[in-house]
Every structure is written in C-alpha cells, then in structure tokens.
Design a protein around this ligand. Structure first.
Ligand code: NAP
Length: 275
C-alpha cells in the first residue's frame, strides 16, 4: 500500500513520513521543492512534486495511492498555503480510500469536503505544538538563556508533534478511526512560566522568563514576518485562550496505548537546538 503524505517536509508531516517508513509502508511525500525535501526526508520516501492550491498538479501524486495525510494550511511566517477543497474529490476519484486531515485552527471547506467524500476519514485537531518552542523561544534560550513572552500566566496543554503524527499514523493504518475527530493535547497544562521551567529541567540549564508588554510582543511578531491577522491571533491566545487549548484530554494515550510525552521530555529530545 502507498500512502501520500502532504506537508511531508513540515513539522508534523516529517514525523508522519518517518514513522510510516519505519513501519515499512511505501510513502509518497508531496513537496513543492524536491531538492530541499530530499535533504530532510528519509531516503526510502518517494518524493513527488505538486501544489495543494493547484489540484491539476496532483494527478501523478495521487496515482495508486490508498490513503492520504492531508494538510490544509501552514502557520509559518509568510506561508500562504490554503489547500483547495477540490483536492478531496480528486483523491476520491483517484481511488484513495482513507484520509487523515491535520485540521488548522478550525474546520473549513476542506474538512467539509472530506466529511462528504465517501472516503474513510479522521480529523486530527491538535492544540498548540511543542515544536513552536523552536520558532518562538529556542534562539534566545540558546544565546541568552532567556524567554521573552507576553503574559507568563497564559495556560496551554502543548502537544508533542511526534505524538500528533503517531495518532495520524494509527488512523492511516489501523481500524476504528473512521468518522473520529481527535482533539489532541499533551499530558499537562502549563503556564508559559511553568513551560520555561519544564524546558529548563529537560535540558539541565537555567532559563529566565521576561514578560513582554503587548506592544513589545506585537513588534516582535511583526519583525518575525507574521501578518496582522496572526499577530491578533497570538494576542488573543495570550489573554483569552480557548478552554480547549488548556484542557488535558486522554486521546493520545487512548489511541496510542502509551502516555502523551511531556514538554520536559520534548526539550530533552531537542536539547541540541536549545543549548
Ligand atoms: N503550530 C501549532 O501550534 C498548531 C496548532 C494547531 C494546529 N496547527 C495546524 O497545523 C498545520 C501546520 O502543520 P505543520 O506545522 O506540520 O506544517 P508546517 O511546518 O507549517 O509545514 C507546511 C508544509 O506545507 C507544505 N506546503 C506549503 N504550501 C504548500 C502548497 N501550496 N502545496 C503543497 N504543499 C505546501 C510545505 O511543504 P514544501 O515547502 O516542501 O512544499 C510544508 O511541508 C496548520 O494547519 C496549522 O493551523 C498548528
């Protein structure tokens, strides 16, 4: 069986690709840049070029595929991914039987198309990724031993991106996941101050927390290249995070049969980026 992984070079997709390859599954990895993809993906993955915003570029990628991991957007600064919902009908027509969708902040037309597609489907809805630490905090931890952030009391049940991928892989390969909408959290709620303490424990190094004013935080995100909509979203997450973002659920453990990994474990795994 061949599985098409979209977003294969991204945070979650890279783990999905690696985990499927490790389980001996034939993976076709979609990218817009095959040269770059070759440097980050396992050699066993077949790399295929296509654009999720231009469904006509995906015919080759979908040929002979039985299941698909589908990404709908990216929240990297300056990313403009907005998957065309017609990709879903194309996949069904090409014979894809099962699709697992990494849902963005909320469901949209792609998820609607998946629900109506006739394929077996699972929606994966993670809260904040632990991997955001790499984009947001890693450089200042490494260089100055400090995290500068808005509202140190903001709570989050951050989830390990490898655990998100592991749930997606179970849904791609196992039975009993059709029609499920899995909200995925890590095993604990931590404020930003507590999250920094957990990272410090994980890597064995002291890290200071310095609280930014809202104005300073907005300036930092703009300087990093985020658009105004993203900046508003980050401010909202700091002061009015939705309860779902800081309510621990047992879903990861239920699907995987092992506990979700902690932020301290994540930090220890990523210590080479943080020290
Ligand atoms: N970060 C969080 O805390 C968080 C929380 C909940 C949900 N999410 C959701 O998770 C998703 C992001 O997942 P991620 O972080 O794993 O992805 P990511 O690291 O942002 O990577 C995006 C991927 O999409 C691919 N891509 C971008 N534009 C494309 C296009 N036009 N056609 C085909 N591929 C394209 C890129 O591949 P190439 O460059 O190789 O083409 C890359 O592999 C978003 O929907 C986000 O809303 C994120």
């Amino acid at each position: 069986m061949t599985i098409l992984v979209t977003g294969a070079t991204g945070t979650v997709g890279r783990h999905v690709t690696e985990q499927l390859v490790r389980r001996g599954i034939a993976v076709r990895a979609l990218t817009r840049n095959s040269e770059r993809a070759r440097t980050v993906l396992p050699a066993e993955a077949e790399i295929v070029v296509g654009d999720l915003m231009r469904p006509d570029t995906l015919r080759e990628a979908l040929r002979g595929v039985e299941a698909m991991f589908l990404i709908v957007s990216s929240d990297q600064p300056r990313a403009d991914l907005n998957t065309d919902p017609r990709v879903v009908a194309m996949a069904a027509e090409a014979g894809v039987k099962r699709v697992v969708v990494l849902v963005g902040f909320e469901e949209g037309p792609v998820e609607q198309a998946v629900r109506e597609s006739g394929m077996e489907w699972t929606l994966v809805k993670p809260v904040e990724f632990m991997a955001n630490v790499l984009d947001d905090w890693a450089a200042s931890i490494r260089e100055e031993g400090v995290v500068r952030e808005l509202n140190g009391n903001a709570p989050s049940a951050r989830v390990h991106e490898g655990d998100i991928a592991a749930v997606a892989v179970e849904a791609l390969l196992g039975d009993g996941h059709h029609g499920q909408s899995y909200v995925l959290t890590g095993p604990e709620v931590l404020t930003r101050v507590e999250a920094v303490e957990a990272i410090a424990r994980g890597i064995g190094k002291d890290i200071r927390f310095e609280e930014l004013t809202e104005e300073e935080a907005r300036r930092k995100w703009r300087d990093q290249g985020y658009d105004e909509e993203s900046v508003e979203f980050f401010v909202q997450m700091a002061f009015q995070p939705p309860a779902s973002g800081h309510t621990v659920l047992p879903t990861v453990e239920r699907v995987l049969g092992r506990p979700a990994r902690t932020l301290a474990e994540w930090a220890a795994e990523h210590r080479h980026f943080l020290l």
